[in-house]
Write a protein that binds this ligand. Structure first.
Ligand SMILES: *[C@@H]1O[C@H](CO)[C@@H](O)[C@H](O)[C@H]1NC(C)=O
Ligand SMILES: *[C@@H]1O[C@H](CO)[C@@H](O)[C@H](O)[C@H]1NC(C)=O
Ligand SMILES: *[C@@H]1O[C@H](CO)[C@@H](O)[C@H](O)[C@H]1NC(C)=O
Ligand SMILES: *[C@@H]1O[C@H](CO)[C@@H](O)[C@H](O)[C@H]1NC(C)=O
Ligand SMILES: *[C@@H]1O[C@H](CO)[C@@H](O)[C@H](O)[C@H]1NC(C)=O
Length: 846
């Protein structure tokens, strides 16, 4: 044996060895030590250790996630459910700018004050955009550009900054614009270059006097305005006005009003503009006021300022759907002093408070994952928008929410999430829905800007109400009226069921399905609407009826309960046992593409059916990502809506046990569901695929649900600006939040399917301030151990793969022991989530 002598090595090596040895000792120091290597190394790599819990949670919220790639996320400044939503509006062609801003390189046309987040329709709201010039060529306001296309300015690369309650962007006309918001008021801070003169304004390379000109125009994102009024006060610079606009995915029109005040610089000139032409002598234009008549398109008012002593001009824009006066009062009450930093801080505090109900142990997790989670949770609070006190349509003491856009998207994850993390507001939303029923005659399926939006399938507000009912949301909710509302959906066909209620109710009651060849039945009291989507409407009506049955049970209405349970079996009528997975497209449908995949061998799919009982045929993969994904929208003539027969065949949440039998038993079901995800037929960018990610539970394979959660996160839901696979609808955010926290709701039922949290531990606050904690023993931040081996609830063994809402009301501790292989946990029949045919028993309220 040769003794180890350091002196036998060159000096350089000796030093190296000693340093390495010291490092080794240091590496053994406990994590808690302030020079702890694990903390230091982790912080370099962006990985969290347990000691990080005190950090400001807002640093993990990136509102820009989903601001490109079809996410349509609103990344601007807002409060939770806030009405004022200022952001920079992009000029991207098409619908990508649905929420105003797009993270691309298009020019910025202005900064508008109202927006929707994550929607799939045409661009929504975007009213009363402001714009700022640092000065005008030859110091003459007439030389500034007024029309949106002409005034649009490029972006300063890397200047976009978005945080909860704050948004900023630099324009290459030398103006840096910041914005924040209160509930009904937007506050802007326009920062101008120091010095008397400004290089290169909107005209390229010109030197201008620093003499800002700010405009407000009556436009919206979709150029839908008709009529309107605008005026500017030459003494104070206050601008106010209003217009009539059209909703982005609905019928009718709405009026919006604004009131803008400025601070920070003295007024030089004021006036109005129409199109590209300003006019200093005209101080008011409008269709109501006795003034110069107003034209279509871009029309507004301007204030030309002297150089701002502090190189900043503040603009405060009050908003209202009631009146200009109300808009001014909103602004004066909410932001009396133009104190920008204070408004930002107040907004941040509100957001911290909202997010405080979740405590997540960040141990071992990369910042990217933490951002994915917290930003998803944040987005779930963006909409619906609280317009209480701003409803011009009826007088009521009930809350009013708008931008249910659409419930078809949000009933599956977002509303159930709010029921846990914000039950107070979810309760107010349910009250608002019931009040809409009371005043408009039907619950909405989709509603925006005080207008009825298009229903995409069933009357899924029924599920929102049932979900709240079985989870015992009570405060101030008139459940008798709520029940009347859902029964109205099930029984009374409205004259225009494209925007509310259900169509084809007579067929529903006679045949037990919506036939593909259904004829209008207006002479028998039926209504009109697109006679399409027979498969998807059938399965959604069936589930909506199940939701009603649960409410009937809770309200002691046994006859109704029986009736609606019976109707909830109607999905069976469209189940064609003989239908095979197609491998050939008809020439017409393939557009000459021919076959491009091989037969999977799965048999038994939902198919359209005629009134005479004969099945028709729709290719099983039509409207999935693998075959003609865009053929099944609201205005197309297909039997499924935004999805394939493959997808809709899984939609029997009321009775998965019967479906599994129909599909050939648990093994066949599990392999089919796995194939659905594995073959690319599943599209995570639409909400219907959320539940099928977790439905392995019903086949006794909860581990596969966990497997697919980890396949989709972060591959499809991540912290990149393109990190959402489809329109967010606030729903993609909710799905992400649930998946991270380790459970997913079967909306409408008192059932949550359990998977291991992606955190070592996560706690949710109950309404009484206690905590419901889910803890992983054997947590593996590299996510190799993602399978539950065993579980304990409050210390006792827990074998069921699901849990009820009671856990989130009473609080408690649910512990999972994790391993790298699937175990037999949650596989026994008695441990499966409930199904109607196996004796569905509700807990909680019953
Ligand atoms: C500003 O950006 C736009 C679009 O990116 C570009 O066309 C324009 O030349 C730029 N102007 C200046 C002054 O840099
Ligand atoms: C401004 O409008 C007034 C009133 O319509 C009109 O008389 C005047 O010619 C306009 N001025 C300009 C510069 O267009
Ligand atoms: C619309 O604005 C005009 C002028 O700003 C005002 O006179 C009118 O009252 C407003 N209409 C409503 C309904 O508030
Ligand atoms: C992030 O998600 C998007 C949208 O689903 C996806 O296109 C992208 O590939 C993902 N990025 C990463 C790095 O996984
Ligand atoms: C439902 O909520 C009410 C009021 O908050 C409460 O009194 C009642 O105990 C709750 N019922 C159940 C079963 O939790």
């Amino acid at each position: 044996m040769v003794p180890f002598h350091l002196t036998g090595f060159p000096r350089k090596t000796r030093v190296l060895v000693i340093v390495l040895a010291l490092c080794f000792v240091w590496a053994l120091l406990p994590t808690e030590s302030f020079i702890s290597p694990r903390r230091l190394l982790a912080s370099f790599a962006g990985i969290s250790t347990a000691a990080d819990v005190e950090v400001d949670i807002l640093r993990y919220v990136d509102p820009l996630i989903g601001a490109v790639n079809g996410g349509h996320v609103f990344p601007g400044a807002t409060l939770p459910y806030g009405m004022a939503k200022p952001v920079a509006d992009a000029s991207t062609p098409g619908w990508e700018l649905a929420a105003g801003f797009v993270f691309d390189e298009s020019k910025i046309t202005g900064f508008s004050n109202l927006h929707d987040s994550g929607t799939g329709g045409s661009p929504s709201l975007g009213n009363f955009p402001l714009f700022a010039h640092p000065g005008c060529p030859e110091d003459d306001y007439r030389n500034c550009a007024f029309a949106p296309t002409e005034r649009a300015a490029g972006r300063v690369v890397g200047s976009t900054a978005a945080r909860p309650g704050y948004f900023a962007i630099g324009l290459n006309n030398s103006v840096h614009v910041e914005m924040t918001a209160t509930a009904h008021t937007a506050l802007y801070r326009f920062n101008f270059a120091r010095g008397d003169r400004v290089e290169s304004a909107s005209g390229v390379g010109v030197t201008l006097e620093n003499s800002p000109l700010i405009t407000v125009d009556l436009n919206d994102l979709g150029n839908t305005r008709t009529g309107g009024n605008i005026q500017v006060d030459p003494e104070t610079g206050r601008m106010s006005g209003n217009g009539t606009f059209m909703p982005s995915f609905g019928r009718g029109s709405y009026k919006a009003h604004f009131c803008a005040d400025f601070a920070g610089a003295a007024i030089r000139k004021t006036g109005t503009f129409a199109g590209a032409t300003p006019n200093e002598t005209v101080k008011a234009m409008g269709s109501d006021v006795k003034a110069v008549p107003i034209s279509y398109g871009s029309t507004g008012a301007f204030v030309h300022f002297n150089r701002a002593p502090g190189d900043q001009v503040l603009a405060r824009v009050g908003l209202s759907f009631i009146s200009v006066d109300k808009a001014c009062r909103n602004a004066e009450n909410e932001i009396p002093g133009f104190a920008f930093e204070e408004v930002v801080k107040a907004a941040e505090d509100v957001w911290r408070d909202k997010l405080r109900v979740v405590h997540a142990d960040h141990h071992g997790m990369h910042d990217d994952l933490l951002k994915t989670f917290w930003s998803g949770l944040y987005r779930a609070f963006l909409s619906p928008q609280d317009y209480t006190g701003e409803n011009p349509l009826w007088e009521s003491d009930e809350p009013y929410f708008d931008s249910f856009y659409c419930i078809w998207d949000s009933f599956r994850a977002q509303h159930p999430l709010l029921t846990i993390v914000d039950p107070k507001e979810q309760t107010r939303m349910v009250r608002a829905l019931i009040d809409i029923y009371k005043n408009e005659g039907k619950l909405p399926d989709c509603r925006m800007s005080f207008s009825k939006g298009y229903s995409q399938g069933g009357s899924n507000a029924d599920v929102v109400l049932a979900d709240a009912f079985v989870k015992n949301l009570t405060e101030g909710i008139d459940w008798d009226l709520g029940y009347e509302a859902v029964v109205s959906d099930a029984e009374v066909e409205p004259p225009d069921w494209s925007v509310e209620g259900r169509g084809g109710l007579e067929s529903w009651k006679t045949f037990g399905y919506i036939p593909e060849d259904e004829k209008p039945n207006t002479e028998n009291g039926g209504g009109t609407g697109p006679r399409t989507r027979s498969i998807s409407r059938t399965v959604e009506y069936a589930y909506d009826d199940f939701a009603i049955a649960l409410m009937a049970r809770g309200l002691g209405k046994q006859v109704d309960e029986k009736k609606y349970l019976q109707r909830s079996k109607n999905w069976e009528h469209l189940f064609n046992h003989d239908q095979e997975d197609d491998d050939l497209y008809t020439t017409e449908e393939s557009g000459g593409q021919g076959s491009s995949y091989t037969r999977s061998g799965f048999k038994g799919f939902l198919q359209p059916r005629l009134m005479n009982g004969v099945f028709n045929h729709q290719p099983t993969r039509l409207c999935s990502p693998v075959y003609e994904p865009h053929k099944c929208y609201f205005d197309t003539q297909k039997a499924t809506y935004e999805g394939s027969p493959w997808l809709y065949t899984f939609y029997v949440p009321q009775d998965m046990a019967s479906l599994i039998t129909a599909l050939g038993g648990k093994e066949a079901f599990v392999s089919r569901l796995h194939y659905f995800h594995d073959s690319g037929i599943a599209y995570m960018g639409n909400e219907q695929t959320f539940l099928p990610t977790f439905q392995f539970h019903y086949g006794g394979r909860p581990g596969l649900s966990s497997y697919w959660v980890h396949r989709y996160i972060p591959e499809q839901f991540n912290s990149s600006v393109n990190g959402i696979p489809g329109n967010d609808d606030c729903a993609m955010g909710a799905f992400t939040a649930f998946a991270f926290m380790g459970f997913f709701p079967v909306a409408g039922q008192d059932v949550y399917l359990l998977t291991p949290p992606l955190f070592r531990e996560v706690s949710l606050q109950t309404p009484t301030g206690k905590w419901a904690t889910i803890r992983n023993t054997g947590f593996d931040p590299t996510y190799k151990a993602i399978y539950i081996q065993s579980a304990r609830l409050n210390g006792k063994p827990y074998a069921k793969s699901w849990i009820t809402h009671d856990f989130f009301v009473q609080g408690g501790l649910l512990e999972f022991t994790l391993g790298k292989r699937e175990s037999d946990w949650g596989t026994e029949d008695r441990d499966l989530p409930p199904s109607m045919s196996t004796g569905y028993k509700q807990t909680g309220r019953f």
